[in-house]
Design a protein around this ligand. Structure first.
Ligand code: AGP
Length: 620
């Protein structure tokens, strides 16, 4: 989490930093700050709240300079306050630092620095880095190292980094060096933008758009010395690196809400298109299979796979659960879905022919990245199902499949989920056709998939009805979400959506599990959302629904169009098109996204930026 922006060049750095921070607010938005090298001092402006608060502060109390760093924070150590906001100053205002990540040994370092006389103002782990740099600078000065001098600055930073345990993306300014910006990375992404007489840094490429399309992604254990004229990259172990320059795709106008009140709503309504994008060019009707450009694995090793592990967090983990059902049904490959945060520290036995898929919208989720690296270390081919092109996971995976869903801005993931499920369905088709799936069965899957954009568009017509249902229940304290088989992960995802943006307690359960505990929650004020389209065990879910009704629990049902049985039983029925069971998550999840959205709006919640959350979770 947290976003970093930096500039060094010939223009005033402040507008670029403020605009860049606004584009990075999805990474954290509880406070923001910037520091400017003014020639002889390091000026600082910091404010609790959104980047707009910082903008106001800078308007009231302007600063200007051609070198600067900025930060938007998602608090890890210490609450969101002006003082805890970054940048942090070190020593006698000799250094200023912005940091993304977590320093695990900060307490030990802090005690050592306090003994040496350094005074701490904030509760952050980052202030330790700033003082540690100042400490090493003083030590170098005692040794009469040349100062001010960029080589000494690099040496001091290297000595500091050697003492840090944990993760960091860092931007560092020195009071006495007016034409130098240092950056370093271990575990938290940083991209350098190359301009003409000016250079940029950012946590991802978004703030660079409009400034440059030439970028270099910093790798772990690299630091970079940036001046207006150039960039030099040094690796901790291998020394000076060549600049691996990449050209960014032109950024489209996706980050505009258009006529929608929120990005989340816009993204929900984009799903007919985003699912179509996930399918585009990937259906081979002649061979009745799917085609992927970037798996980077020959068919034979794919045929030899005897186990798949899907690893992810949050919504992507829910997509993984749908993937498990798909891969086991169509490819007959035993599949497990692992929380990445668990897998990274577990040591489950994995056979040689186990293949890993890391599922992630952002491609930057720290736990998913760590889980993928762990499986790669053990020699398993590890592929990514990812949305953000050029993200760390996309770059480090052995191959993968992009979602092509376009930028997802809303913190609550919606279109990424349906695109992930679409890609996993394609994967099940592809691996299935290498094994047990017949040509006609493959063709049938292709036909079903081709219809999905239209079926999703039809489903979206339920929005007006969902608004009325939301009016009735938006003041409730608890919700249950229930579904079975393919719709169990849909229930989990519906509950997560409601929780994260409306702050209502919601639980997702396999409908039949309800009687083993959650049924105790059922009463007149607790609505149960049943995902109950037709299918093999439909009568069983009907029984579960009746059990809730018998206890006077209100029922909102998501059912197939024209389902009279459900209409008789439920208090409200949201109709979805009748599609094959394995495709139901793609339509059944839509009303649940809309319901969560509308309830959050009615409760006056900040839909796109819910409290305590961030779009990209780059800390453990
Ligand atoms: C979804 O609405 C969440 N905000 C969150 O659970 C998210 O899906 C999770 O953090 C994983 O993110 P990723 O897909 O970018 O890896």
């Amino acid at each position: 989490m947290c976003g970093i922006v930096g500039y060094i060049g010939y223009r005033n750095a402040v507008p670029m930093i403020l605009d860049g921070l606004t584009k990075l607010e999805y990474r954290g938005y509880d406070s923001a700050g910037l520091s400017i090298q003014t020639g002889t001092t390091l000026s600082l402006r910091k404010a609790k709240g959104r980047v707009d608060e910082l903008r106001k502060l800078v308007r009231q109390d302007p600063i200007c300079g051609q070198v600067g760093i900025g930060h938007t924070r998602w608090a890890t150590h210490g609450p969101a306050t002006d003082i805890n906001a970054h940048p942090h100053l070190g020593g006698d205002r000799e250094v200023s630092v912005v940091h993304n990540g977590v320093i695990e040994n900060y307490q030990t370092l802090k005690s050592q620095l306090e003994t040496l006389g350094f005074r701490f103002y904030s509760q952050t782990d980052t202030e330790v880095i700033a003082h540690l740099i100042a400490h090493h600078l003083r030590e170098q000065q005692k040794l009469e190292a040349p100062w001010p001098h960029t080589r000494t600055a690099i040496q001091v930073l290297e000595q500091t980094l050697a003492k840090l345990k944990g993760t960091y993306g860092l931007g560092v300014l020195f009071r006495d060096l007016s034409d130098c910006l240092l950056v370093a990375r271990a575990g938290s992404p940083l991209v350098i933008g190359l301009g003409d007489g000016e250079n940029f840094i950012a946590s991802d490429a978004a703030p660079l758009s409009g400034h440059t399309d030439q970028v270099v992604y910093l790798s772990d254990h690299e630091l970079a010395l940036m001046t207006p004229e150039g960039v030099e990259i040094l690796h901790r172990d291998t020394g000076r690196q060549n600049l691996a320059i990449q050209t960014l795709d032109p950024v489209s106008a996706e980050s505009d809400k258009g006529d929608y009140a929120h990005f989340m709503l816009k993204e929900i309504f984009e799903q007919p298109m985003t699912v179509e994008n996930a399918l585009r060019g990937r259906l081979d009707e002649d061979e009745a299979t799917a085609v992927f450009g970037g798996l980077n694995i020959d068919p034979q090793p794919l045929r030899n796979i005897d186990r798949v592990v899907l690893t992810a967090c949050g919504t992507s983990w829910h997509a993984g659960l749908v993937g498990e059902y798909l891969l086991e049904e169509f490819a007959r490959i035993p599949t497990e879905v692992e929380y990445a945060s668990e897998l990274r520290y577990r040591n489950p036995p994995m056979d040689r022919n186990t293949m890993i898929f890391a599922i992630t919208q952002s491609g930057e989720t720290a736990d998913t990245l760590a889980a993928m690296r762990e499986t790669q270390r053990k020699g398993h081919p590890s592929l990514a199902i990812c949305n953000v092109v050029g993200s760390t996971i996309a770059r480090e995976a052995d191959g993968g499949i992009y979602l092509h869903a376009g930028t997802e801005v809303g913190v609550a993931s919606t279109k990424a989920f349906t695109s992930q499920v679409t890609v996993l369905t394609l994967l099940a088709l592809y691996l299935g056709r290498m094994r047990h799936l017949s040509h006609p069965a493959g063709q049938k899957m292709i036909e079903g998939l081709q219809q999905m954009p239209e079926r999703i568009a039809e489903t979206l017509q339920c929005y007006e009805q969902v608004k009325q249902i939301a009016e009735k229940y938006y003041d409730r304290e608890n919700f249950l979400y229930l579904g079975r088989l393919y719709n169990f992960p849909v229930a989990l995802e519906g509950a997560l959506k409601l929780k994260e943006i409306s702050y209502i307690h919601a639980e997702g359960y396999p409908a039949a599990e309800m009687k083993h505990g959650p049924i105790a929650l059922v009463e007149e004020r607790t609505p149960s959302v049943f995902v109950i389209p037709r299918g093999g065990i439909y009568p069983k879910v009907i029984s579960n629904l009746e059990e809730v009704k018998a206890r006077k629990g209100p029922v909102i049902a998501v059912a197939c169009r024209g389902d009279e049985r459900v209409k008789q039983l439920a208090d409200h029925v949201i109709e979805i098109p009748d599609v094959e069971e394995y495709l139901q998550p793609l339509v059944a999840s839509i009303p649940l996204q809309l319901l969560a959205y509308q309830i959050a709006v009615l409760r006056g919640c900040e839909v796109d930026r819910p409290r305590n959350l961030a779009k990209s979770v780059t800390v453990e």
